[in-house]
Design a protein around this ligand. Structure first.
Ligand code: TDO
Length: 181
């Protein structure tokens, strides 16, 4: 597994070693010990999420103000543009974002620590996304930051207007959103 610290160093891109043979391929999508050794982060994942989305679906930018979740995200079908936004007020990278392409093809994973908002845009015809989380779903603390907040200026690689949930259409700009200290 190779790891790359993104331009927000706590957000880490991981690329597993893929073993290919005549049958197909094999790789360890997650290994608790190796993840801890290579990233220095000891995680305790408690939930696995799986979503299916059509092209141009944009989910996000989501976080839980209570029970903040770290997320380890990958696409097992298709391609997504996966985005993490630092929403920790005391952080030198507060309000900054990183976006990385994750696909069934490149098999990359993105580690998004607690304290970040997360979202993704589906670039392929469909995408299935799997992600592990370090805390449970807690709907009362569920929050959404507006995907196109001009203060964030996320450069989404859009080819058409995004398909959004009602909740996400009503997201708040970072300026008025509840954030972490
Ligand atoms: C996230 C979540 C949703 N649900 C339910 C609530 C709702 O009825 C339905 C769909 O929920 P949402 O519209 O919030 O799903 P979605 O827009 O896919 O939300 C997800 O987006 C990505 C970007 C994330 O980072 C996740 O943490 C999560 O917020 O699933 C759960 O039961 N458990 C969960 O963990």
């Amino acid at each position: 597994m190779s790891i790359v610290h993104t331009k927000i160093p706590e957000v880490i891109q991981l690329e597993p070693q893929v073993f290919r043979d005549d049958r197909g391929f094999f790789f360890e999508a997650y290994n608790h010990q190796k993840f801890a050794q290579e990233t220095g982060i000891v995680t305790n994942f408690v939930q696995d999420n799986h979503s299916y989305s059509k092209q141009n679906v944009l989910r996000g930018l989501h976080y839980q103000i209570q029970q903040p979740q770290g997320k380890l995200v990958r696409a097992i079908v298709g391609t997504i543009f996966d985005v993490a936004v630092d929403i920790r007020k005391s952080s030198p990278t507060f309000g900054k974002w990183v976006g990385h392409e994750l696909s069934a093809e490149n098999k990359r994973l993105l580690w998004i620590p607690p304290g970040f908002a997360h979202g993704f845009l589906v670039l392929s015809e469909i995408a299935e996304v799997l992600y592990k989380t370090t805390d449970y779903y807690a709907p009362q603390g569920d929050r959404t930051i507006l995907w196109n907040d001009p203060d964030l200026a996320i450069d989404w690689p859009l080819s058409a207007p995004p398909i959004l949930s009602t909740k996400d259409e009503a997201g708040k700009p970072l300026r008025t959103a509840e954030v972490f200290d």
